[in-house]
Design a protein around this ligand. Structure first.
Ligand code: ZN
Ligand code: FE
Length: 263
């Protein structure tokens, strides 16, 4: 039985640790100290590191974690197209990774946009996806290196995973994302209910993640480029007359992303 734990770090990062009670995989260890504390406290042996993209808050702890794990050699799976110095295994779209301890099979999905090389790791048997800074609970990452069509295509691939897939994103941005979502879709009932639930979790100091694909599809405006209300709001945001019915998914996405940047 595998377990995934969000190790909090920095202001709002979650450094995910996947473990079977004995062996552990660290996902995006931006800081080594809290991950080492968690591993030590639970007597876990680190067996692999997975990296979604090159930003420092996702990679800054890799070296210290490898040093801590020595003499065990820990493979570092990281996207081929992002600059990541500690990478030992370059991964790209549709690669399959089999780790034996803990026992997990992952499929790599190329999801460019936030960075050019950004990947997500999907475990089909568990229906878990580790998506870094691409899809967030209620929102999505900024486009630092990619274009709106690229990012929209990446999000569409994630949205096409089975609806019960759990979404393990890398930041606790949910409440501010949902505030923007309700500006886009003030009449979305599922969204209003979600805001209530997530607000309660945060008041109790609990994480709002993981979420799941079905919830994201019903409440995350960045996956809702086909919804009439969202198209209308996107058209308004970029001052296009009419109801936005003719906008492409990438145009709707691009308009929302731009609006959110200034929200
Ligand atoms: Zn990032
Ligand atoms: Fe980040």
């Amino acid at each position: 039985m595998l377990h995934a734990f969000p190790v909090p770090a920095f202001k709002d990062n979650y450094l995910w640790v996947i473990d079977d009670g004995v062996y552990a995989i660290a996902v995006d260890p931006g800081d080594a100290t809290p991950v080492i504390d968690y591993l030590a406290k639970n007597a876990l042996t680190l067996s692999a590191i997975l990296v979604t993209h090159h930003h420092a808050d996702h990679t800054g702890g890799i070296k210290a974690l490898l040093d801590w794990s020595a003499p065990n050699v820990v493979p570092v799976y990281a996207p081929a197209a992002d600059p990541i110095g500690e990478r030992t295994h370059a991964v790209g779209d549709l690669d399959c990774i089999s780790i034996r301890q803990p026992d997990i099979a992952l499929r790599v999905m190329s999801v460019p946009g936030h960075t050019i090389g950004h990947v997500a790791y999907y475990a089909p048997a568990l229906r878990w996806v580790f998506c870094g800074d691409t899809l967030f609970a209620g929102g999505c990452g900024r486009m630092f290196e990619g274009t709106a069509p690229q990012m929209q295509t990446s999000l569409a691939r994630l949205a096409a995973l089975p609806p019960d897939t759990k979404v393990f994103c890398a930041h606790e941005y949910t409440l501010s994302n949902l505030k923007f979502a309700s500006a886009v879709e003030p009449n979305n009932i599922a969204l209003a209910a979600r805001i209530e639930r997530e607000t309660k979790k945060r008041k109790l100091g609990k994480p709002t993640v993981p979420s799941d694909i079905a919830l994201e599809q019903s409440t995350n405006p960045f996956l809702r480029w086909d919804v009439a209300d969202v198209k209308r709001a996107a058209a308004r945001a970029i001052s296009i007359p009419g109801d936005g019915a003719d906008l492409t998914p990438a145009q709707v996405f691009g308009a929302l992303r731009e609006w959110k940047n200034n929200f």
